[in-house]
Write a protein that binds this ligand. Structure first.
Ligand code: PLP
Length: 368
């Protein structure tokens, strides 16, 4: 079976991880946390990085750092992972959904503008499958309506618009370093920001809101959302190799596209002329002319030794939110089509050209 996604753990990881183990610095104290935060902030082109346990809690802490009044509306795409809308709900706010663009699969910015109300306080753009949301336009909208912006960059480490990286446009931005992301620390996350107040607040929240002047006095309730030094050591090493990881992803995408472009039954992942995508996962969408859906497509590919994953199912189709009275009766046609007709092909960082050949042959046979 060709696996759907395998990480690339370079030979520079083990010496740093070994250093943590040998010296006993295995918890969230230790020098690699600060080094990882500094390196990652510098890579993104922002002042501050604050490492946390994973991308999901990064989203929660980012929203909490904004200090919005309870019940504020936050606009985000329906087509994303549940962590986004769940973070909005858990922080006591109201998620307002928009559909996605049929070409980039990122949130539709015309609809975003239309959904702004007097209660809207923030927008959460999600850079889908490595492709940036048009942040230049989104920041204009945010500025015009005095809204904060929380970028979800969990799938788009290193993606750019006009030479500027994602994770540097928004007010406070969130990364995941889960094993299938562009770089990994196993589990892990980071927020990036230029705002010292936001950075300090996330730093405090992630570590029980201990007060520097009196350790066991608490003025606020925090969490334990710390990253370990071992994970951070891996993050330092992975950050040093991110250029190579992105080159592999872009090479993979180009090779897939070369082989599959002739098939008119498929729409392939693309890159807008104004964007540099990192092609986190290579997605394909079945045309309406194909007599089966993505679930059946996946089963047929699996029978040929090719593992795949479906694209996201929109938030407006989630029973967990319907139970809370959210998104009932709402419809987002592009998201619905992608959920039923889309999947991603093997996209791991260790994929070989022979495997890409095999995958494309299996796809061609299945669609014949
Ligand atoms: C992976 C991912 C997350 C969650 O990150 P975890 O580290 O797994 O909690 C959030 N948003 C998006 C878009 C993701 O792809």
């Amino acid at each position: 079976m060709i696996p759907v996604c395998e990480p690339l753990i370079g030979d520079n990881v083990l010496p740093l991880v070994q250093d943590c183990v040998v010296t006993g610095w295995v918890s969230s104290a230790g020098k690699y946390i600060a080094e990882f935060e500094r390196k990652w902030a510098e890579y993104c082109g922002v002042k501050y990085g604050v490492a946390v346990s994973n991308g999901s809690v990064a989203l929660e802490l980012a929203i909490e750092a904004l200090h919005l009044e309870p019940g504020s509306e936050i606009i985000l795409p329906s087509f994303t992972i549940i962590a986004c809308a769940r973070a909005v709900v858990r922080m006591g706010h109201k998620p307002v959904l928009v559909d996605c663009d049929p070409v980039t699969w990122c949130m539709d910015l015309d609809e975003t503008e239309r959904k702004i109300t007097p209660k809207t306080r923030a927008i959460m753009p999600v850079h889908m499958y490595g492709h940036p949301v048009d942040m230049r336009r989104l920041m204009e909208i945010a500025k015009k309506h005095d809204l904060r912006v929380v970028e979800d960059v969990c799938e788009a480490h290193g993606a750019e618009i006009g030479g500027r990286r994602m994770g540097s446009y928004g007010d406070i931005n969130c990364f995941s370093f889960y094993a299938n992301k562009v770089i990994t620390t196993g589990e892990g996350g980071m927020i990036t920001t230029d705002n010292k107040e936001y950075a300090d607040r996330v730093r405090s929240l992630r570590n029980q809101c201990f007060l520097p002047e009196q350790r066991f006095l608490h003025r606020e309730l925090g969490y334990n959302y710390r990253l370990t030094n071992v994970q951070a050591a891996m993050g330092v090493a992975q950050t040093d190799r991110i250029g190579q990881h992105i080159e592999i992803k872009r090479w993979m995408a180009a090779e897939y596209t070369k082989r599959l472009a002739g098939l008119n039954q498929l729409t392939l992942i693309t890159e807008a002329s104004w964007a540099k995508s990192v092609f986190w996962m290579y997605c394909v969408v079945l045309d309406e002319s194909v007599p089966f859906d993505a679930k059946e497509f996946a089963a047929r590919l699996k029978a040929k030794g090719v593992d795949t994953r479906p694209m996201f199912l929109g938030m407006h189709e989630q029973p967990a939110f319907h139970k809370l009275g959210l998104f009932v009766g709402e419809s987002y046609p592009v998201s619905e089509r992608l959920a039923r007709r889309g999947l991603y092909l093997p996209s791991g960082l260790t994929l070989t050209i022979e495997q890409i050949d095999q995958v494309c042959e299996a796809v061609r046979e299945t669609l014949r």
